[in-house]
Design a protein around this ligand. Structure first.
Ligand code: LLP
Length: 434
């Protein structure tokens, strides 16, 4: 048991767990009213625990902040952050639209019962199958990213389809280069010259209606300045292109989230206020504003729970768990730092703190979840919890080294339900042709 749990003092690291996360008297972590040792006993590890009331609360915060800031506005969830039936249903129940970026996401959203009139379709390589399905379903907007999109839209439209044009604002925020999408060298969006051609073609097309414009400058952006700058740049492009008559301004997503104790990142309210201030300065008062948060809607609700499999005291203390880059690629791909805490001591007694590298089970040195974590000297069987893993973990999970993708549990008010089951060994050969 940690000293903090023993004394009842607040444990600083719990600030990056879902609100209400606490320790039971015996030191076991309790998330959404559920003891993690009981969740692990029932569902195994690794497991992704998602605090459902916190997810809903974040969706409501976004909606309330946006409604207070701008008369005609809509939150649309960038579902790539966590595209699953339960998540689509939850967002629909909370009055949040959804963005999809591929045929698979569109099919899952439709199968989950999302109203097509609340779906936006993105992608820089939309095939005929995606465009045809989107048009047939009757989605709210298809977002044009290239001239080939226009060809396909013309080919498949059988009735009027509103579209947005994704513009390249040439705004590059400070984030990992793989997550920066607004610079002029980006593969996303149309620079002015190409946008002009796309607009002319949409205007000429019998069944396409130019409803508005879109920008998205990147992800895990912890500074509000580039967002405001992107709104200014968007307006300048709209004027340059002579399309000031469009109503819809989709300002994209990209707000970062804190992953570490003490880390300060703008809140949802501060982010929405910054966008609204920029909109008041640069956009027409009658504009319809859309925003597309992904990470900042879902990340903080997720906690990954692992079990310690081996402990090796060599160049460092390597604490290896039963997951890793199979269920969380954020470290390997972007160097994202995370926290790790002992979630369920098997033998609580007094354990000296030890500096540990929490590593995964995969055959790569980059498969490390947390460097230099301070943990009570770990032993095999300990449960470790890694918070802020609700975004871009589940959808990017994989079978490297034959890992089975973990189940997802929604927890809340002391109840839990599996919304995605664990993959099985049988799943691993299901697609193999024998
Ligand atoms: N809108 C568009 C058009 C996007 O491409 C994205 C994210 C979003 C909205 C949502 O951005 P967010 O609010 O989640 O930052 N794989 C990376 C993240 C890539 C984000 C891609 N686009 C990761 O694992 O962190």
């Amino acid at each position: 048991m940690s000293t903090a749990a023993a004394t009842g003092a607040a444990e600083p690291v719990l600030e990056v767990f879902p609100p209400g996360t606490r320790r039971d008297g015996d030191g076991v972590l309790v998330i959404g009213g559920c003891r993690v040792d009981e969740l692990a006993a029932a569902h195994g590890t690794p497991v992704l625990i998602v605090d459902e009331p916190h997810l809903r609360a974040t969706a409501r915060r976004y909606r309330a902040a946006l409604a207070a800031a701008w008369p005609d506005a809509q939150v649309s969830y960038a579902s790539k952050a966590f595209a699953a039936t339960a998540m689509y249903r939850l967002m629909a129940e909370e009055g949040v639209w959804v963005d999809v970026a591929g045929l698979g996401e569109l099919e899952v959203a439709l199968a989950a019962g999302v109203d097509p009139a609340t779906i936006l379709v993105h992608g820089n390589a939309k095939g005929d199958d995606l465009i045809a399905r989107a048009l047939e379903a009757g989605v709210a907007y298809v977002v044009i990213d290239n001239l080939n999109d226009v060809d396909r839209l013309e080919r498949h439209a059988t009735r009027e389809q509103p579209v947005l044009i994704r513009l390249n604002p040439d705004v590059a925020p400070a984030t990992h280069e793989a997550m920066s999408t607004g610079g002029h060298e980006s593969k996303f969006g149309l620079p002015a010259a190409l946008a002009r051609q796309a607009i002319a073609r949409v205007r000429d097309a019998e069944r396409l209606t130019l409803a508005g414009v879109h920008v998205h400058i990147g992800s895990q952006i912890n500074d509000l300045t580039p967002f405001a700058e992107s709104v200014r740049a968007l307006r300048a492009l709209v004027d340059e292109l002579g399309i000031a008559d469009v109503a819809v301004y989709d300002l994209g997503g990209g707000l970062g989230v804190p992953h570490l104790r003490g880390e300060r990142v703008p809140t949802v309210e501060e982010y929405v206020a910054a966008l609204a201030d920029a909109a008041r300065e640069h956009l027409p008062p009658g504009a319809r504003i859309l925003i597309e948060p992904g990470r900042s809607l879902v990340a903080s609700a997720g906690v990954s729970l692992y079990r310690v499999v081996t402990v090796k005291r060599a160049a460092a203390t390597f604490v290896a768990v039963d997951g890793g880059m199979g269920d969380n690629l954020e470290v390997s791909l972007y160097g994202q730092p995370f926290e790790a805490v002992l979630a369920a001591p098997v033998a609580p007694g007094a354990r000296p703190p030890e500096r540990c590298d929490v590593v995964g089970q995969h055959c790569e040195s980059g498969d490390r979840l947390v460097a230099a974590a301070e943990l009570p000297a770990p032993v095999i069987g300990d449960l470790l919890a890694v918070p802020v893993t609700g975004a871009y973990t589940y959808p990017m999970s994989n079978n490297y080294n034959g890992a089975l993708r973990p189940p997802v549990l929604f927890v809340g008010d002391g109840e839990h339900r599996a919304v995605i089951r664990r993959e099985t060994l049988a799943d691993l050969v299901r697609r193999d042709v024998r």
